[in-house]
Design a protein around this ligand. Sequence first.
Ligand code: AMP
Ligand code: MN
Ligand code: MN
Ligand code: MN
Length: 281
Amino acid sequence: MERVHDLHTHSSASDGTQTPAELVEAAAAAGVHCLALTDHDTVAGLEEARQAARAHGLDFVPGAEFSASWARGTVHVLGLGLDPDHGRIRTATRRLAGLRRARAERIALKLERAGMPGMLSAAQALASGEERIGRSHFARALAAAGHVRSPAEAFRRLLGRGRPAAVASEWPPLDEIVDGIRAAGGVAVLAHPLRYRLTRSKLLRLLEDFRAAQGGALEVVTGRATPGEIRSLAGHARRFGLSASAGSDYHGAGTPWLVPGRLAPLPPDLRPVWEAGGLTA
Ligand code: AMP
Ligand code: MN
Ligand code: MN
Ligand code: MN
C-alpha cells in the first residue's frame, strides 16, 4: 500500500487551531503515515509533536514554514527535516519573531484608524505568544468582535494585499532563508507556488532564483490543487530539476473540507522529496 505523506501542516504554535498533539492525533486518525509540522516562522511546536507522533507510530518530519521576501513580495519556504536547535534556525526564528511583533503593531494601528480599536490584544489572546502573531489571529479577532462575518471576510476586506490594514513586511531575503534551512540540515521547499499570483514569467524568475539559492523541491500537490495546477507545477519541477513535495496546509478543524493527508498522488515521474531520506527525526 502507498504510504500517506503530509508535509505541510500548522498547529497552535502558529496559526493552526489544534495543539501539536491534537494535530498529530487528527493526522493519525486520517491515515497519515508520515507527517511534517511546519508552523509559520517557529519551531516551538516540534518537540510536543515529535512525542505525540512517536506515541501514534507516525514518522515525523520536523519543519517550519518561513516567511521570505522576494521581489518586494512575500513567499513561503518550508524547511523540512531541519535541526530546530541549529544556530541558524534560532537566529532566523528570533529575527522573524521581531518582524511579526512589529508588523502586528502596525496592523493594529491601521485597524484602529479604520475604527476598530483594541485588536492587538484581542489577536494576541488568540496567539500562543505575541511573537507568533499572524494575520489569521487578527482575522479571527475581527470576526469575534463582529467587525466582519468571517475570518475569510477579514482577509478580503481588511488584511489582504491592497486593503486598509495591509502592511508590507520586510522578511529576510529568499536566498538567506534557503541557506539557513540547508545549514540546519533541512531541504528547502517552495510552498504553494501558484498562490503568489505571479505572472508566468515572474514565476519562472522566482523558480530560477530558488534553484540558484539551492532550493530542493516544489510543493506540487496541495490540499486544494486542481489537476491542471498539479500538471503545471509538475512541469516546473521537471524543468528546474527540483524534487516534489505534497502537503495539505491543514490549519485545524475549522476547514472541514481539508483533511490531513487527503492529497492527490504525485505525478509518478517526479522525485518525491521524502525519497532521498534524512527527513524524519
Ligand atoms: P501571515 O503569515 O501572518 O501573513 O498569515 C498568513 C496566513 O494567513 C496563511 O498561512 C493563511 O493561514 C492565512 N490566510 C492568508 N490569506 C487568507 C485568506 N484569504 N483567507 C483565510 N486565511 C488566509
Ligand atoms: Mn497559516
Ligand atoms: Mn503559506
Ligand atoms: Mn502553511
